[in-house]
Design a protein around this ligand. Structure first.
Ligand SMILES: [Zn+2]
Ligand SMILES: [Zn+2]
Length: 389
């Protein structure tokens, strides 16, 4: 029976798993009951090895095929939810106040479970494959922690793949690209200290609010004056804080924001210019200003051969017209980047049709696309690691 048809038979089970996971969201590295659920399913499927507690609550499963293979495919799903109060009103809505699967990681976990069930039942591949269920994608970099914990070497993984759902993209379609697909994310904070005093006597103070405004304006010139028009770069100030009332000039002020880049050269330039601008502006206003620049997830960079291969498999599963292999870069970030730094591989977006956007309190994963994602993973393994005839 073709993969797609067989996995379609799992639809009702997959929907039930997904809705159970949706109702029980967990945050960051603390995906323990989610991991327990994953492990229970994997035991039912009869996978060969289950390793728990990697990166706190990550789970790795190994399924043995027939004979040997040079390639050992790693398939990754993220399991964590977001600190958002759900507003869907659905029967399977979150039962955990203030927590919600608003990025569809419940669906990603379900798709990988569906693929695992099929692969454990059929074993129509050579060598072994590795299923990776990670915590802490939404902050904490769980994928990087799993790599640091030795997942790639320990299980001999030679290449890695992952899918993320996308609202607004045609249901069941795929888009990917060779090279950078998701941006690097850095965070900056500026702590400004002046000299507070009476709002009526500014001459006796050193106003940290004026310095905040000067620094905030000057930071806008990094994109407009320091970067090439051809560079892809975002510098956004997302928080400013200063003051408490109408007649007091405060002692301190605070700026915080995000930087998105695709190239290490541009990233280095932004950090250097921020240091120069903050120091120069601080001197001109006579305040102390300290910059804290923190590099977060690196850019997610797809490898050419694995991306072409994944696009071929997606075309087999979804139809050639439903696959875009030269899709756009996204300014969002993704910790699968760390796995793609460790091994060649590819990251794909899969459309889930019209819905509320990711990270929105009315978002819900579309169960209709789960079998498509599972079939993609399953066929990827069968084609990467064919059984010798
Ligand atoms: Zn997200
Ligand atoms: Zn996500």
């Amino acid at each position: 029976m073709p993969v797609v048809n067989r996995i379609a038979d799992y639809s009702a089970d997959m929907t039930a798993w997904r809705r159970h996971l949706h109702a029980h969201p967990e945050l960051n590295f603390e995906c323990h009951t989610t991991a327990d659920f994953v492990v229970e399913r994997l035991r039912e499927f009869g996978v060969d090895e289950i390793h728990e507690g990697i990166a706190t609550s990550g789970v790795v499963a190994v399924i043995q095929g027939r004979g040997t293979s040079e390639r050992i495919t790693g398939l990754r799903a993220d399991m964590d939810a977001l600190p958002i109060a759900e507003e869907t009103g659905l029967d399977h809505a979150s039962t955990a106040p203030g927590k919600m699967h608003a990025c569809g990681h419940d669906g990603h976990t379900t798709m990988l479970l569906g693929a695992g069930r099929y692969l454990a039942e059929t074993r129509n591949f050579a060598g072994r494959i590795v299923l990776i269920f990670q915590p802490a994608e939404e902050g904490g970099g769980g994928a990087g922690v799993m790599v640091d914990d030795g997942v790639m070497d320990r299980f001999g993984i030679t290449e890695v793949y992952a899918i993320h759902n996308v609202p607004g993209l045609v249901q069941g379609s795929f888009t990917t690209r060779t090279g950078p697909i998701m941006a690097a994310v850095d965070t900056f904070e500026v702590f400004i200290t002046g000299r507070g005093g009476h709002g009526a006597r500014p001459q006796e103070t050193c106003d940290p609010i004026i310095a905040l405004l000067g620094i905030s304006n000057a930071l806008q010139t990094i994109v407009s004056r320091n970067a090439s028009a051809l560079d892809k770069l975002v510098v956004s100030i997302t928080q400013v804080h200063a003051g408490t009332t109408d007649n007091v000039i405060p002692e301190t002020s605070y700026i915080c924001g995000t930087v998105r880049t695709f190239s290490p050269d541009v990233q280095d330039m932004v950090e250097r210019r921020m240091k120069e601008i903050v120091a120069g502006q601080a001197a001109s206003y006579g305040v102390d200003a300290r910059l804290a620049y923190t590099r977060g997830y690196p850019a997610t960079v797809n490898h050419a051969n694995q991306t072409a291969f994944a696009a071929e498999v997606a075309a087999e599963v979804a139809g050639a017209s439903a696959v875009t292999s030269d899709g756009p870069m996204e300014m969002g970030a993704e910790d699968f980047a760390y796995m793609l730094e460790a091994r060649p591989g590819a990251y794909l977006f899969m459309g889930q049709g019209e819905s509320a956007g990711l990270h929105h309190p009315k978002y819900d994963f579309n169960d209709a696309v789960a079998p498509t994602g599972a079939s993609f993973f399953a066929r990827l393994v069968e084609r990467a690691q064919p059984v010798a005839r």
